[in-house]
Design a protein around this ligand. Structure first.
Ligand SMILES: Cc1ncc(COP(=O)(O)O)c(C=O)c1O
Length: 371
């Protein structure tokens, strides 16, 4: 089976992790943590990085530090993974959903202002599948209403909008280092920001809010969102090859684009001018004109040893949010359409050109025989 994604690990990863084991620095402090936090935050063009257990806890920490609490509202796309919405709910806030753009599949900035109320605290754009959101439209809206922006950049390490790295454009950026991400710690996340006060508070909160001046004394509710030095060792080794890993994803996309272009009924991912997408996942839409459903194509590809995944199911359709009274009957036509039609193809950084050729050739053959 050609998997959708596998981690791309080298010799350095083993060396750094073994160093943690050799020196017993296996828990939540150590040089790899410090080095990973400073290297990754500098890469994003910001001053501070706070490593966490995963991307979901990074979002939770960021929202908490920005003071999001009971009855506040957080604006986000409905087309995202549950982590974005759940993080707001963990804070007692209400996620408020916005439809997507038909080409980038990101939050539609034109539809944000209508969702702002007196309770809105944060706008949380998500750089879906590694394509940057239209930050030049989102940031002015946030400024106009005195809101903070937390970028959910979990899927977009190294992506750029107008020459600036995502995660470093809003007040706070959040990343995931899960196994399928551009760089991985196995599990892991990071909050990045230029605000020292927030960074210091993130550090305290992620460590159960221990007070430094008085041991075992807690002034506020904290969490255990601590990353280990071993995870950071893996992350740092991965980070040292981030440019190569990003370039490999972009190269995959170039090969796919050239081989799938022109097939009726397949919509390819876009890369808008002034953006650099990192094609975390190479994602396509299977439309009516293709002559068969997405599900049928996925089954046939699986028979040929090719793994695929469907797109996210929008948050406004999620039973858990309905049960909690967090969604009404509003429809989000773009998100619903892309969720029905979208799939992603094998996208890992270790994917070979010959494998992409086999995948694209299989898609053409299946279409010819089955449609
Ligand atoms: C957009 C987005 N946000 C947040 C997350 C959460 O990251 P994690 O799985 O590390 O908790 C993910 C993870 O896949 C994601 O894709």
């Amino acid at each position: 089976m050609i998997p959708v994604c596998t981690p791309f690990l080298g010799r350095k990863e083993k060396e750094y992790v073994m160093d943690c084991l050799r020196t017993s620095w296996i828990s939540s402090s150590g040089k790899y943590l410090n080095n990973f936090e400073s290297a990754f935050s500098a890469y994003c063009g910001v001053q501070y990085g706070i490593a966490t257990t995963n991307g979901t806890t990074a979002l939770h920490l960021a929202l908490t530090v920005l003071g999001v609490k009971e009855d506040d509202e957080v604006i986000m796309p409905t087309f995202t993974i549950a982590s974005t919405a759940f993080a707001a709910i963990y804070c007692g806030a209400k996620p408020v959903f916005v439809d997507s753009q038909p080409d980038t599949w990101n939050i539609d900035p034109e539809k944000i202002e209508a969702k702002i109320t007196k309770r809105t605290k944060v706008i949380m754009p998500v750089h879906i599948y590694g394509h940057p959101c239209e930050m030049d439209k989102i940031m002015p809206i946030a400024r106009k209403y005195n809101l903070n922006v937390i970028e959910d950049a979990a899927e977009a390490h190294g992506a750029e909008f107008q020459g600036k790295k995502v995660g470093g454009i809003g007040q706070v950026g959040c990343f995931s280092f899960y196994g399928n991400k551009i760089i991985t710690c196995g599990e892991g996340g990071m909050v990045v920001t230029n605000n020292k006060k927030w960074a210091d508070r993130c550090r305290r909160l992620k460590n159960l809010s221990f007070l430094q001046s008085k041991r075992f004394w807690h002034l506020e509710l904290g969490f255990n969102h601590r990353m280990t030095n071993m995870q950071a060792a893996l992350g740092l080794a991965q980070f040292e090859q981030i440019e190569k890993l990003v370039e490999r994803r972009r190269k995959n996309a170039r090969v796919y684009n050239s081989l799938l272009g022109g097939i009726l009924g397949i919509t390819l991912p876009v890369e808008r001018p002034n953006t650099k997408s990192i094609y975390w996942m190479y994602a396509i839409l299977i439309e009516k004109e293709f002559g068969m459903t997405r599900e049928h194509l996925m089954r046939k590809l699986s028979e040929k040893g090719i793994e695929t995944r469907t797109f996210f199911i929008p948050m406004h359709q999620q039973p858990v949010l309905k049960q909690r009274g967090l969604v009404d009957r509003e429809r989000f036509p773009v998100a619903e359409k892309i969720s029905r039609e979208g799939l992603y193809l094998p996208s890992g950084s270790g994917l070979k050109k010959s494998e992409i050729e086999y995948i694209c050739d299989s898609i053409r053959k299946i279409r010819k025989i089955e449609s």
